[in-house]
Design a protein around this ligand. Sequence first.
Ligand code: PLP
Length: 395
Amino acid sequence: MQMLSSQVQGYLKSSSWIRKMFEAGLELKAKYGEDAVCDFSLGNPDLAPPKAVAQGLHDIAATAERPFAFGYMPNFGYPSTRKALAGHLAQEQGVAVEPGDLVLTCGAAGAINSLLRAVLEPGDEVICPAPYFVEYGFYVQNYGGTLRPVPARPLTFELDLPAMEAAITERTRIVLINSPNNPSGAVYTRAELQGLAAILARKTAEFGRPIYLAADEPYRFLTFDGCEVPSVLPLYPYSVVVSSFSKCLSLAGERVGYALVNPAMPDKATLVAGIVLANRILGFVNAPAIGQMLAERALGSQVNLAVYAERRKAMTTVLDEAGYTFTMPKGAFYFFPQAPGGDDVAFCAALQEERILAVPGSGFGCPGFFRLAFCVGEEVINRSAEGFAKALARF
Ligand code: PLP
């Protein structure tokens, strides 16, 4: 009996590397004990949310007995959250933002899905630099589109603008970028973004249909050594920022994020209306009530960035001393070193024998590398040193 659509059946068969590592990790932990395994496979922020979140929950609890305390709301979210977030994002992005430019969503994932649902025709293409967040491929296929990854420049993971331009066709509907990048840690410079904006403006004029630039920014808050994350909004009118509070407030399970349509986009109200409708008909209906209330109260707070900076330093020492080749991440909480020997799957298997869990770059459209998420305690990073050295010695 065919229980599933052939597409989902196919997805299940070729389950993602992150999932495979997760399952391997459970096995290793059951066999050797939690403390014997160094698990760098998951980007689940382990830092406690900032104090404003606990305080916010306390305040929300005090209002919980009112009628409609958590009832349905407009599909774009609570008007008060929208307004407060507009003020916050105006500062962050350096442009004037109206509450009406914003839609509250179920995380950045919900924002990307709602945007795709609103603008993609079946057969349309979405271009993204590779390596990329693996879920993008599924999201685009949800709406009959095709993801067209374009390799970033080797080792630095900068945008390869000529290659991106060459990949654009009349079917291209969105260019989806993610900076700071998961998994490479790259942060695109203003010059790279200006170059991309110029290409998109030219192609949009040529084809007579907007090619949207979607900037997926859940790691915007987390950069190192004073690195700046330039906003795409002043550079290109058909741009949309999608982001969330999953990482900056460690609220990943509460599913609250947003889509911010460029305030300067021609006919922006139509795109906002499309995203709001998509948010509804995809069954999200609206972003979670408590998540929005929390985000509104905690705007401007964030997790303790110094902890991530220290871990990045510790991980650098471990990888350097063992002799790995990698580009220093400028932002986000991932390292993306080269896999010794070139076979990322084989190398991750070797790491597993040392009870270290990493994800092969193949899972991010970039074979030959592996990803390490440093949202783990510094003691785990330090403990992994011997295993990293031993695995490398075998290749
Ligand atoms: N985009 C990127 C690049 C991510 O790494 C993630 C989560 O890890 C998401 C989007 C989805 O995040 P959210 O929890 O906001 O849906």
